[in-house]
Design a protein around this ligand. Structure first.
Ligand SMILES: [Zn+2]
Length: 395
């Protein structure tokens, strides 16, 4: 009996430790944002702040080796409701998949502006509203929440030609659960174009088009931006769907919409007249072109030069072995300044109390391999640094 109780307590303790290590959904998602930030396709935007001070992550994603002028700007938001984590997870997974491809075709044609968690406090607490009980997706006319105001600044900065807001039902819905909603528009021409594009998505057979009444409340994100001239859609997934099914719906919707607007530039003008006033220079710092790796003549020449230098260095380093027949390690590391005469065998350096003080490249390498690796205090300091909150350029 006692043994069982101890085992149960141990398991509970282990579970608690694992939960602590993983953190809440917000922390998990931020770790993915950090991973994404290391991709050459991703550039972080200045983060916002939630009511409780949590960073609202935002980034742009594109193939920056391709000139950004003329690319279609697509904004994707998720996590306005903190209890809709599948929508957040899906957009981050979508971006991570693109980040792992060298030159994804879709990124050569468009720039994604992604805000995966509009409501960080809600996501951290797995609740619909923000920290003070405000439903952010009912705040797009009054703009009482800092979260909505931050997103609005990003919209005005980038003036996207397509906006997609991802949600999910956690309870039964009166409308089709898997749906794309077309909001009201000021002209029939535009409304028809918006509906036709949504029908293209419906043809995939995964969701239904829901037509919003012309006079429906504009306090929802997609209705507000549709009313002021942007092509904004709401994508919902039904209660009880698996993550795989939801992810499939979100991704296929993004792909279909983006392909359509990228292929037909004149369609963008009809769908999103508000995007016409976009000023390239206001986002120049984020879209500046980078040279494509390995494709230019300059980089090929540089690679050839480095190869020749490497070969010469290799031959020069192998000279002692040629003379002595490779008799021991000591010949290669004779120049080490680790108490010469005491020990020059690199395999035993980690047991030596004397610090390595020489600045030769050989010793730098040895410090890394044999000394730093055994210094647990240094390792912890490095981990702490890596786990510090992301740098926020401005809020
Ligand atoms: Zn929602």
């Amino acid at each position: 009996m006692i043994r069982r109780a101890i085992t149960l307590l141990s398991l509970l303790g282990l579970l608690a430790i694992c939960t602590q290590a993983l953190g809440n959904p917000y922390d998990q998602a931020m770790r993915q944002v950090r991973t994404l930030s290391e991709s050459p396709h991703v550039r972080l935007l200045p983060f916002g702040n939630s009511y409780s001070g949590r960073p609202i992550a935002a980034f742009v994603m594109s193939d920056f080796s391709v000139d950004s002028r003329g690319k279609t700007r697509v904004m994707i938001c998720a996590g306005q409701h903190g209890d809709e984590y599948d929508a957040v997870r899906s957009i981050l997974d979508y971006c991570l998949n693109l980040a792992n491809e060298p030159h994804p075709a879709i990124l050569s044609k468009c720039i994604f502006i992604v805000i995966p968690m509009v409501n960080p406090d809600g996501i951290a607490a797995s609740k619909r509203t923000n920290a003070i009980g405000k439903d952010i997706n009912r705040d797009w006319t009054a703009f009482t929440t800092g979260e909505a105001r931050y997103v609005h600044r990003i919209v005005r900065m980038w003036r996207p030609q397509l906006l997609i807001d991802q949600h999910q039902w956690n309870e039964p819905s009166s409308t089709p659960g898997n749906s794309i909603e077309v909001a009201g528009c000021e002209t029939d021409t535009r409304r028809l174009a918006m509906t036709d594009l949504a029908i293209d998505v419906e043809r995939l057979g995964k969701l239904s088009v829901v037509r919003c009444h012309r006079y429906s409340s504009e306090s929802l994100f997609h209705r507000h931006y549709s009313a002021i001239g942007y092509a904004a859609y709401l994508v919902e997934t039904a209660q009880g769907e698996s993550y795989a099914a939801r992810n499939d719906i979100y991704e296929s919707t993004i792909t279909t919409l983006v392909e359509a607007v990228c292929m037909n530039k004149s369609l963008c003008n009809v769908l999103s007249p508000a995007s016409a006033s976009f000023d390239d220079s206001s986002v120049g710092a984020y879209t500046i072109r980078t040279p494509e790796d390995g494709s230019s003549a300059t980089s090929t020449l540089y690679g050839a030069i480095m190869l020749v230098i490497g070969c010469i260095a290799m031959v020069w380093l192998m000279r002692p072995f040629a003379r002595s027949g490779g008799e021991s390690w000591s010949h290669r590391f004779t120049r080490c300044a680790v108490a010469p005469g005491v020990c020059v065998d690199p395999l035993s350096l980690k047991r030596l109390p004397q610090p390595i003080t020489s600045r030769s490249w050989v010793n730098k390498r040895l410090r890394t391999r044999y000394v730093a690796a055994s210094n647990s205090k240094t390792d912890h300091a490095t981990e702490d640094h890596n786990d510090s909150p992301l740098h926020i350029p401005w809020s």
